[in-house]
Design a protein around this ligand. Structure first.
Ligand code: RIB
Ligand code: CA
Length: 314
């Protein structure tokens, strides 16, 4: 097997964040070396605690968790996503506390030290929440940020409008200034947005497979998803859930899973109706810009996720 990809997940767990972390831990292609928590779906204290507990659930409390930004760079956000993910962020499921202590370093320091300890271009960073931590890394430790191999971000939307407002996807909306900084930084960013996540629906059939065949971890993951499934049915009338973050991690684990096109992307940072919109210029292929995911084999992506989660029952 080729050498494993050193991986950092920057996350705001979050139900689909939890599935994404479990997917990474079940994937031998990557070596999850650090989890950095960020504000987002719920507050930072909760996202940090949830990250510790999800790692412990999978028996991987050895992976360090460092806490990052408690809020956006500039403007506070009016609401979080507790109504979707549950007040505590994991669908009302209380996972056992981790025996591991929180890494005492701030997230940007932990991330910078990891990047400086690896050869340039080897580490994949998968932000699956607002980009506040990554923007801070760019400003505080630019020499470390320049060593990132890939940024695979769940966020934005080219053609599917928004999910938190008519214009904006949640991770972009939660910190548009951070998104603008990262997408405009020149870092090799792959944007995994609603265009490819919304068509990729994990149905009850798939959930049942890892619920029944994925051991304690699979059964717990299915329980964490329950609120998400009910919300998706009530809100979108679909039979299943869109596990946005897990699709981004699939691309991080197997580069090239998604069909991407390099595009110029501008992020709306005004305080008006377009705040957080990712305006993707699809008129041409950009010289620099961002690799925007524009097509996906949704059935294959769901099968990848389900089959990997089933391995927890092996
Ligand atoms: O828009 C979906 C994104 O917002 C996902 O990362 C989900 O966890 C929420 O943070
Ligand atoms: Ca998330």
């Amino acid at each position: 097997m080729a050498s494993r990809i050193p991986l950092v997940i920057d996350t705001d767990p979050g139900i689909d964040d939890a599935l994404a972390i479990l997917l990474a831990l079940a994937s031998p292609e990557v070596d999850l070396q650090l989890v950095t928590a960020v504000h987002g779906n719920v507050g930072l204290a909760q996202t940090t605690e949830n990250a510790l507990r999800v790692l412990h659930l999978a028996g991987r409390s050895d992976v360090p968790v460092a806490a990052g930004a408690a809020g956006p760079l500039v403007h506070p956000i009016p609401e979080r996503a507790g109504h979707v993910h549950g007040a505590a962020g994991l669908g009302g499921v209380e996972l056992p506390a981790s025996p591991a202590a929180l890494d005492p370093r701030p997230a940007v320091v932990a991330l910078a030290e990891l990047l400086l300890a690896h050869d340039p271009g080897t580490v994949t960073v998968a932000p699956i929440g607002p980009l506040t931590n990554i923007a801070l890394l760019l400003h505080v430790f630019p020499e470390a940020a320049a060593r990132i191999g890939r940024v695979v971000w769940m966020g934005g939307s080219a053609t599917r409008g928004g999910n938190v407002t008519a214009a904006a996807e949640f991770n972009a909306w939660a910190d548009p200034e951070a998104a603008a900084a990262v997408l405009g930084s020149g870092l090799p960013v792959t944007m995994v947005g609603l265009d490819v996540t919304l068509p990729t629906v994990l149905t009850e059939t798939g959930i049942a497979r890892f619920r029944d065949g994925g051991g304690h971890v699979g059964a717990t993951a299915a329980g964490v998803l329950r609120q998400y499934v009910d919300a998706a049915r009530d809100r979108y009338g679909i039979d299943g859930v869109v596990v946005h973050d897990a699709l981004a991690l699939t691309e991080a684990i197997v580069p090239g899973t998604l069909t991407t096109v390099r595009r110029d992307v501008v992020v709306g940072t005004t305080l008006g109706a377009a705040r957080g919109q990712t305006l993707v210029d699809r008129r041409s292929v950009a010289e620099h810009g961002v690799e925007v995911a524009e097509a996906v084999d949704s059935a294959a992506a769901v099968e990848f996720l389900v089959s990997r989660l089933e391995t927890y029952g092996a």
